[in-house]
Design a protein around this ligand. Structure first.
Ligand SMILES: [Ca+2]
Length: 226
């Protein structure tokens, strides 16, 4: 009778561990699939070598502001997929889109950053841009294109968190430098950040399951010897 109840305990432990793994996997896949940004990879609108969009234009979810931007195709090697974006077209521009957000929810903004490496004076070799998410996030960034080429832009990943204060949050990338070669962006994503408390709770579930399994392992060994 004792060994049966221990087996039941072991089964319960395994079930708890298994459900913890399933739940954790569900969270991981939800965050991977939960990118709020439309065409954050700049792949939807064919660019050819590159295509210029003037302020006031729209393409695949992005609204163009300022002077203009260049949607880049084969002109250089993107960070992800086949296309990316130069924030300076003929002159400094911007792109933005409105995201549906939950007030109080924390989000993670992630994107690839580089700069147009084909620098002709008087364009600066150090590119600049501001990144904003409504009134909840504002970053001024630079990228030094020195030593980089169209086949190796030196893409880096930038990542920030912000907490939404509105049900609609305008995500914006804007050039802060003159000229027709600007900062480059690609692979933009905004995902809801799982709260730390949730991660701790699932960690405890997994730990509980592991303890049950260890205990049942010892119990079955001793009962086997007896
Ligand atoms: Ca891309």
């Amino acid at each position: 009778m004792i060994s049966i109840s221990k087996r039941l305990l072991a089964k319960a432990g395994m079930a708890a561990a298994f459900s913890g793994v399933l739940a954790f996997g569900a969270i991981a896949s939800a965050s991977a699939a939960g990118n709020l940004v439309t065409d954050g990879d700049f792949e939807t609108t064919p660019a050819g070598s590159f295509t210029e969009f003037n302020g006031g234009a729209n393409f695949s979810g992005w609204a163009v502001g300022g002077d203009s931007v260049d949607l880049i195709g084969t002109y250089w090697t993107s960070a992800s997929g086949a296309q990316s974006l130069d924030l300076n077209g003929a002159a400094p521009g911007s792109v933005s889109q409105t995201l549906a957000t939950v007030v109080g929810q924390q989000y993670t903004l992630s994107f690839s950053l580089a700069g147009n490496p084909v620098v002709n004076a008087p364009d600066p070799s150090i590119k600049g841009l501001t990144v904003t998410a409504g009134s909840d996030l504002s970053k001024s960034l630079t990228f030094d294109t020195t030593g980089h080429t169209t086949s190796d832009l030196g893409w880096i990943t930038k990542s920030y968190t912000f907490t939404a204060s509105s049900t609609s949050t305008v995500l914006s990338f804007a050039s802060t430098i003159p000229g027709h070669t600007g900062a480059a962006i690609d692979n933009v994503s905004v995902t809801a950040t799982p709260e730390a408390g949730t991660i701790v709770a699932f960690g405890l579930m997994l730990l509980g399951g592991a303890v049950f399994m260890l205990r049942s392992g010892k119990a079955s060994k001793s009962s086997f010897l007896a």
